[in-house]
Write a protein that binds this ligand. Structure first.
Ligand SMILES: [Zn+2]
Ligand SMILES: [Zn+2]
Length: 176
């Protein structure tokens, strides 16, 4: 009479950092148990947070191509925004309603620019792309004022300046 082999009892393992999370995943470098909450994808495979820290996360690593694309995108967006801005936003626009709109417009614009630059650079972030976002906004402002009659007009242009400052702050925060 043959007996079926009894299956080995399933050994339940838990993530080392999250002791309540069942996991069989291990860091590809040190073999620490990791779970989807703490594992980090690197070009070399999945890593525990400690091993991942040994390398900078890929989203902070810029290749020469990324700098080129970033610069080209910034210039293109700055020119487009500057020209459109000169056409649709008269210098000296003012009033409580417009100040309110500047807050929402600035938030949307900053988020939009952050998204565009991230798409262009395969979702990079960090200082280079933050500076590019601010430079894009400053460039757009300079182009708009130049087309509208000169940079001295900035003094009469509080609402749009506010909009741009908000946009820069939003983009800066998103790209950190
Ligand atoms: Zn590890
Ligand atoms: Zn974990």
């Amino acid at each position: 009479m043959t007996s079926l082999p009894t299956p080995a009892p399933e050994e339940v393992t838990y993530c080392q950092r999250h002791p309540t999370v069942e996991s069989e995943l291990r860091c590809g470098r040190c073999e620490t148990l990791i779970c989807p909450r703490c594992l980090v994808y690197t070009p070399a495979g999945t890593r525990c947070p400690d091993c991942a820290k040994l390398r900078r996360p890929p989203m902070y690593e810029f290749a020469a191509r990324d700098y080129l694309v970033l610069a080209a995108t910034s210039i293109g967006v700055a020119v487009a925004l500057g020209v459109i801005g000169a056409l649709v936003l008269p210098v000296g626009i003012r009033g409580f309603l417009f100040l309110t709109l500047a807050i929402f417009g600035g938030t949307a614009l900053g988020g939009g620019i952050a998204e565009l630059l991230q798409r262009a650079t395969r979702y990079k972030r960090g200082p280079a792309i933050q500076v590019a976002a601010v430079a894009t906004l400053v460039g757009a402002a300079v182009i708009r004022l130049t087309l509208a009659g000169g940079l001295q007009l900035v003094a009469a242009d509080l609402a749009v300046t506010l909009l741009l400052v908000i946009a820069a702050a939003v983009a800066w925060g998103r790209l950190r």
